[in-house]
Design a protein around this ligand. Structure first.
Ligand code: GLN
Length: 192
């Protein structure tokens, strides 16, 4: 059996870092810009960036329905930061009419930790990826304010859920790809 192939939505944001880390993890990884780029993918990373801009680009390229269809047909999702905002059930402090893919039963608040001065690297304890803490970057991060009953909290930051898993899907409010520790990506890939 060939190894699963994973995509990274590459409209905006830090998709290159995800591609690099996924390849380091030993899987085939490709950028996704068109509906047909998703054919055959076992999983898709929604990267960090700016959720309002990424959302507009998704609409402009008619990717919203194809993304929803692919997820409904079993493509797994790993969402980070702006990607987590796009994939949440509900967005607080979003733009009016900011759409969501509604993949995760979570409510997020944009820019919940203040602005740029609140950004920085943090060591997180995440039992699901091992006993060693992981260094990650919070950059104008959202917070997860509510989680539904089928959502498992993998890690917390300042008391609030910062990493969650729902089935095979994983949503993070921070960036593990910037600091480069592959363990979240490995955990996601192990579920595919
Ligand atoms: N603040 C950004 C947003 O609302 C997310 C920041 C990020 O992805 N690092 O989309």
């Amino acid at each position: 059996m060939t190894a699963p192939e994973v995509g990274v939505l590459a409209l905006q944001g830090d998709f290159r870092e995800h591609i690099r880390l996924l390849r380091e993890c030993g899987v085939r990884a490709r950028t996704v810009r068109l509906p047909e780029d998703m054919i055959g993918l076992a999983g898709l990373v929604l990267p960090g960036g700016e959720s309002t801009t990424m959302g507009r680009l998704i609409e402009a390229r008619s990717l919203r329905q194809p993304l929803q269809d692919a997820f409904a047909h079993g493509m797994a999702c790993m969402a980070t930061c702006a990607g987590t905002i796009l994939a949440a059930r509900e967005i607080r402090d979003g733009l009016p009419q900011q759409f969501t893919l509604g993949l995760f039963d979570i409510v997020v608040r944009r820019n919940a930790f203040g602005r740029q001065q609140e950004s920085g690297e943090v060591w997180l304890e995440v039992p699901a990826i091992g006993s060693q803490p992981i260094l990650v970057a919070f950059i104008r991060a959202p917070s997860i304010e509510e989680v539904g009953p089928t959502v498992e909290v993998l890690a917390r930051h300042q008391g609030q859920p910062a990493a969650v898993r729902q089935g095979r899907n994983m949503a993070l409010t921070f960036h593990p790809e910037i600091t480069g520790d592959p363990r979240f990506h490995q955990l996601f890939l192990a579920g595919l």
